[in-house]
Design a protein around this ligand. Sequence first.
Ligand SMILES: NC(=O)c1ccc[n+]([C@@H]2O[C@H](COP(=O)([O-])OP(=O)(O)OC[C@H]3O[C@@H](n4cnc5c(N)ncnc54)[C@H](OP(=O)(O)O)[C@@H]3O)[C@@H](O)[C@H]2O)c1
Length: 272
Amino acid sequence: MVVGTVKALIMGAGGMLGSDLCSMLPDAVRFTHRDLDIADRDSVIRSIEEIKPDVVINAAAYTNVDGCEDAQELAFIVNGYAPGYIAQACSNIGATLVHFSTDYVFDGSKKEYVESDTTNPISVYGESKLLGEQEISKNMDDYRIIRTSWLFGKHGKNFVDTMLELSTRMDTVKVVNDQFGKPTYTLDLASRTREIIHLESGIYHITNEGMCSWYEFASAIIDNTVPCQSEEFPTKAKRPDYSVLTNTKTTLLRHWTEALEEYLDEMKETKK
Ligand SMILES: NC(=O)c1ccc[n+]([C@@H]2O[C@H](COP(=O)([O-])OP(=O)(O)OC[C@H]3O[C@@H](n4cnc5c(N)ncnc54)[C@H](OP(=O)(O)O)[C@@H]3O)[C@@H](O)[C@H]2O)c1
């Protein structure tokens, strides 16, 4: 495949990452959830056979981490089996599949994780995303699975927006200081995804550089933060204490603080 001549099909085109992928690949064919339900195996296979893309980029997923604990069946179908259907269809026509997975496939017992580290999810979301990885590698050879973490971007509700909103209506905002990860700007990830299409098959860890706690992340966004422990905010799904992804395979992205600054500037411009 030659850069620039690739026919791409983006699934999950209406999501936070999917929207930025569409702007990075303006000629790509796009499917939002309304256009195609990735859990509908026959439609997935038919669509891919009709369009005959060189590469399918799947940004569709059921991403509500706590919601997955209640809607387990839906989580396993959308995040687990559907990527397998897409992989089968790609394999039938010789297309490459780029798929996104998560830091939550790890249990957080290690401080940092490289691509080959042993997975051990501790939530239904993590289990369902791991099943997606397994279904892909079982059904095809030419895939790129990109694990990423703590996404923020202008086309979806995210932690940065939540902090900005809470800060305006609360004197102080309590944020957990005992879970660590790597915030990642969807525009940076989308831009790197375009390059990864042309790298070798396998698993990639792509995040902005620099790790922090949610509290440290929040403190870079707003001034009125107070640190607290996870016990103060019980959630349905367990989260790993550490889900720090290390990229040993490609050039590193910029530091998250730099990406955040650009995002905040961009948000100010949009509001003008
Ligand atoms: N957000 C994060 O912090 C984070 C962290 C690590 C990894 N990831 C991974 O990164 C990828 C992109 O995440 P994101 O934050 O951009 O998620 P998002 O904003 O929730 O976008 C996901 C998109 O998938 C669509 N979708 C859901 N079920 C579908 C189905 N059955 N068929 C077709 N489309 C469906 C959703 O449409 P509706 O909204 O209409 O249902 C939505 O447009 C996902 O694979 C996610 O697991 C995200």
